[in-house]
Design a protein around this ligand. Sequence first.
Ligand code: 5AD
Ligand code: SF4
Length: 472
Amino acid sequence: MVLPDLCLERNREKTDIEYINLDLDLKPVFKGKKYFLRTYGCQMNVHDSEEIKYYLENLGYDACDTLEDADIVVLNTCAIRENAKDKVYGYLGRCKHLKSLKKDLIICLAGCLMQEPHEIENIRQNHPYIDIIVGTHNLYDLPKLIAKASGKQNIEVYSNSDKVYENIRYSRDSKISAWINIAYGCDKFCTYCIVPYTRGRERSRKMENILEEVKYLKNHGYLEVTLLGQNVNAYGKDLNLGYDFAILLEEVAKIGIARIRFVTSHPWNFTDQMIDVIAKYPNIMPYIHLPIQSGSDDILKKMNRKYTIEEYKELFNKIKKKIKNVSVTTDIIVGFPGETEEDFQKTLDIVEYCKYDGAYTFIYSKRVGTSAAKMPDPTPMSEKEERLRRLNEVVNKYSLMNNQKLLNKEVEVLVTGESEKGSNKVCGYTDTFKLVNIEGNKDLIGKIVKVKIIDAKSFSLDGIALPEEVKN
Ligand code: 5AD
Ligand code: SF4
């Protein structure tokens, strides 16, 4: 058992990244058994769950939709805010009950929460019925840990994150749209954020391997790839090989896959070259998620965000001016330690200024081990909740306003699935990443179709499919 150490990670030395080719030989020894996998958190976790699924399915397990049918349960956890953690522990109650009825049920915890030493300690002390704990840096150990499961708790978590694995296999959820990790970890250390501790130092995959993966997906019929990184546009900085995110993006675009997206961009690493590449290639979608976090320079400084509001506005305006029809969304935290009403007003002001297409809004959540956790935080929770309510009002006003601009317009939608199981509606996303529910049958799934927008709400659009399919 190896336990991670948050402090060691904080003061980590820059050492060379080791590139390792994974070569696992899995046998379907659990044929006839079932797995139940539940994923919490961000796209990175969703994609990690596709790796977990690959291991489970190649060990012979079949997926099941109800916890009670499972022989193995895997919870892929998230640590970003306290409520993400509460959901995991809440669900563990059900798992514990099931294990009392089904003695050979295997319960496994994976993901970010498991990179926190105090959480592992808690599991060891208070949740002895959990069989396996595996960290974010070594998901490939899961088959080995399942084979060893024997009623004794098995923990395999590393704080060391100086490795990049290639040849990772996935059981992808979609045959249309795929996630691709281009970089792991984060070196920004925003003072509120646990990610640099749970995901380790920033490390990029080599460009040739990413391009191979895009080509493979295109050749297998995928129409869309989303390049993933906690700080996707810091890509390449650690490699020192003479290329950066703008260069990678251009090379991906040249492969000619129909749609390319990327998340999440840090304003500080957003270069003019990136803007030019996005503007130049029609297959790079005009959609940018650009977290601002706060509208107050004082708070941004305390958050260690590395930009001022003036700099953010300048970048925002450049993006709007150069990229035709671009939509921009953001993340905002209210109630950061010491945020005054005046600071909060500035957050409302920047939302009024940028008129975002959408925003994910959060109340600050204290994370043990981060530097903001030590800052005085006198604002009562009721006040923070009220700020969130006021913020959402403005955010929703602009989401609706931007969506309404599309009324009666024709847009191109990549149809990804049914709106609701059994309904006669399908759904998909516009190039600007707006969700559209479309009257039409399942034949449209997997196609890029022209859609006329007939209704607009804050969070989605309604449309009807026009006969002509978009050729790619
Ligand atoms: N509390 C609240 N929100 C947070 N985020 C990250 N850490 C915290 C925290 N401690 C938000 C940020 C980030 C998004 C993914 O989650 O807005 O951009
Ligand atoms: Fe967290 Fe900041 Fe890194 Fe984003 S950039 S993952 S908010 S530390």
